[in-house]
Design a protein around this ligand. Structure first.
Ligand SMILES: [Zn+2]
Length: 713
């Protein structure tokens, strides 16, 4: 489906697609699915409500910090914990102890509370719009889309009828060529595909777009779920889910086909690259002509596939996992047509399930949210409706959202903060002792070319070509997917649209895009605990300052550093500097890999490398910029806490929360972000100023001797 970072209503369906985009075009602050896809309950349990006490619904223009007394939740600390033993718990322990994850979520914390606020606001916007009968206006369309999803009675009455056309086409697809054609249509419909195709900025020619092709085809969150024995129970339940879905659509031999489908996906998993392999932007850039693709990966009808995707005239395809693609094509060629048809039928039912009748919705929830992530209850229907409209018409919603909820001064204040953090990074690049002058000059040039986007796009997306009926939910989703894919196809041959955003303003997240060399901060993250102009500046530096630094550092992490200031994938480092960078990164990776958030499950230090470097750099830059902002004056002491102490607390506060064990395990295996506890503890222990601020001594659990601390930026 077109926009790969999109959250999925059924939670976590599209990990393989999401991954490619996260790797190739977008480095976000936090797992996109995590904060956005799962939704909070409308009325959180009393305990959760008490634990999320800081009243984020207060007027944004308030002169008082929204989290009293000066922006940090003092009562949320656990002062019985020594900061040097567990800084995360010291800063957040009392809050975390009281926190009850709402039953319709698999995690809950500072990010999620803000996302829940955004969700409630969008609900208000959509309910108002739903009363608008003029379906041709943008507002009328989002209202109609919301109405269509909310009509549960109609969805229940229709059963699987809304996907009858797809199922008929699959039954008629009695050859591999015909099935490849359906897979090509997957970019704009409910059909699944064993390959992922997309149109994004060309990493070697960032003024133009390119067609990208990558591995796909897995219904579980990661290849490890098929291959690692510790996931055997989940894999068995997946097979049962496949059989259940096939049964619901009346597909013959459901049990036998489910077994064959999981066997085929297991072969694909074996052929697929790991997330660590996918981190190398040079190895994942392999341009081929369609003729070369046909020759290099026989067994799949590439020409028919590309034509069906609307890419019949593309003369060049950038292949990501070079040696996995031929293997997956060979698996396709060796799999019986009957199994491929069943696989496609399952994929359609699975993708469309959130929009079908109750048996589909329930089965989808039971497996994808409950079994995989431990979520106890289905999200209320209105939240799923909000997610859908955010996903498919998110910028139309965002336009109304910012008019109501984004006060103009926030943008100016953010731009000033970004300027201070940028100056801090420039000073650090000049200061580092391991980088040559020549490479430093290029790094500074890249930093000077960094583009900054704050709040909302200057140019809004035009939805006038999209028609929404309001009484045909599946049809509306189909039309919205086709509209989005057409929008992407139209990019081909055009100069890159520099005004485009990859996240909507109402999303609580932020990102860096290497081929665009830009950092982007949607309006919804510019709120407490990240950002509150009325709070103590040290808290804002630790919160949004650290986030800004995090995104900026992505331009210089293990992936981002391979792109120059223009966004071009090119090697601008000297060999000696490259070796020194890798040596430092390796030590950081080893520190994270030694961390065991769940018994027997370690962080993968290579997979999370870019995020860990960004966290470390981000917090350092926040501290530097805070010091510079004092302009030589001493920092005030508030509630007995020094300025530096408050910057560290501000950083820790944005990562507070709790996560269910299954969801944590999924994150450890399938996400590039380290768990929230590590985003605090593994970061601070590498920062000299943290030792001074909290008087950390040898013997404290987080203590690292000075020569073991990693200094990159
Ligand atoms: Zn990041």
């Amino acid at each position: 489906m077109g926009e790969p970072w999109r959250e999925m209503l059924g939670a976590g369906r599209d990990v393989a697609v999401e991954r490619r985009d996260l790797m190739k075009a977008l480095l976000s602050l936090a797992a996109l699915g995590a904060a956005t896809a799962l939704g909070a309950s409308a009325i959180p349990s009393m305990a959760a409500r008490a634990a999320t006490a800081p009243a984020v619904e207060a007027s944004p223009s308030s002169q008082h910090p929204q989290i009293p007394p000066w922006g940090f939740d003092l009562a949320g600390r656990d002062t019985a914990v020594a900061p040097g033993n567990d800084f995360y718990d010291f800063a957040n322990g009392a809050f975390v102890k009281k926190l009850v994850i709402p039953p319709d979520r698999s995690r809950y914390g500072a990010f999620d509370a803000l996302q829940a606020l955004s969700e409630r606001r969008v609900r208000g916007i959509l309910e108002k719009a739903a009363g608008d009968s003029e379906a041709r206006t943008e507002k009328g369309k989002i209202g109609a889309f919301y109405r269509a999803f909310m009509d549960e009675r109609r969805a229940n009455a229709l059963g699987d009828k809304p996907i009858a056309a797809e199922l008929t086409a699959i039954r008629a697809a009695d050859s591999r060529e015909k099935l490849a054609t359906l897979m090509g249509q997957g970019a704009e419909s409910f059909y699944g595909s064993i390959f992922d195709v997309d149109v994004e900025v060309d990493e070697k020619n960032p003024d133009r777009y390119a067609v990208y092709l990558g591995q796909s085809g897995l219904g579980l969150p990661d290849r490890d779920y098929y291959l690692d024995a510790s996931f055997a129970a989940k894999k068995a339940k997946y097979q049962a889910y496949v059989a259940q879905m096939l049964g619901l659509i009346g597909w013959p031999d459901a049990d036998a086909e489910a077994q064959a489908i999981v066997d085929m996906e297991t072969q694909i998993a074996k052929a697929s690259w790991s997330r660590v392999q996918e981190r190398d932007p040079t190895k994942t850039y392999n341009p081929l002509t369609p003729a070369e693709l046909v020759k290099s990966a026989p067994g799949f009808d590439w020409i028919g596939y590309l034509a069906a995707a609307g890419l019949g005239r593309a003369d060049r395809v950038v292949v990501a996992e070079s040696d996995a693609i031929p293997k997956i094509a060979a698996i396709f060629a060796a799999t019986p047509v009957k199994t491929l048809q069943a696989w496609e039928a399952f994929n359609v039912a699975d993708s469309a399930a959130p929009f079908l009748s109750k048996p589909f919705v329930d089965a989808n929830f039971e497996f994808r949210a409950k079994t995989l992530r431990g979520q106890l209850e289905q999200r209320p229907r209105w939240k799923r409706a909000v997610s859908l409209v955010n996903r498919d018409m998110g910028f139309a919603v965002g336009r109304l959202y910012v008019a109501e909820y984004f006060p103009p001064p926030s943008r100016a204040k953010m731009l000033a903060l970004v300027g201070n953090i940028r100056a801090a990074l420039a000073a650090r690049i000049q200061r580092v002792d391991w980088m040559s002058e020549a490479t430093k000059a290029k790094a500074l040039r890249k930093l000077s070319m960094l583009n900054v986007k704050v709040g909302y796009p200057t140019k809004w997306r035009d939805y006038s070509a999209l028609s929404i009926s309001g009484d045909d939910l599946v049809g509306d989703v189909r039309r919205a997917s086709a509209f989005e894919w057409r929008r992407r196809l139209d990019h081909l041959g055009q100069p890159v649209d520099k005004t485009e955003w990859s996240l909507t303003p109402q999303t609580v997240n932020a990102y860096y895009s290497p081929p665009r060399n830009e950092i982007v901060f949607p309006a919804a993250i510019l709120q407490p605990p990240f950002f509150d102009p009325a709070a103590d500046p040290a808290i804002d530096y630790g919160g949004i300052g650290g986030v800004i630094g995090h995104e900026m550092t992505h331009g210089f992490d293990d992936q981002g550093r391979h792109f120059d200031g223009a966004g071009r994938l090119t090697d601008w480092w000297s060999a000696a500097d490259d070796a020194k960078f890798r040596a430092r990164a390796k030590v950081l990776g080893e520190q994270y890999s030694a961390t065991e958030p769940l018994p027997g499950v370690h962080i993968n230090g290579d997979q999370t490398m870019g995020e860990n470097i960004a966290d470390l750099g981000g917090l350092l830059l926040a501290l530097d910029a805070y010091h510079a902002s004092l302009d030589g004056r001493p920092a005030p002491v508030l509630s007995g806490l020094t300025g530096d102490q408050r910057v560290f607390l501000g950083w820790a506060q944005v990562w507070r929360g709790a996560i269910r064990p299954d969801a944590l395990k999924e994150q450890l295996v399938a996400d590039v972000h380290s768990p929230d506890t590590a985003r605090v503890n593994n970061v601070v222990r590498n920062i000299d100023a943290w030792y001074a601020a909290w008087n950390i001594k040898p013997g404290d659990k987080l203590y690292l001797a000075p020569d073991q601390r990693v200094h990159i930026w």
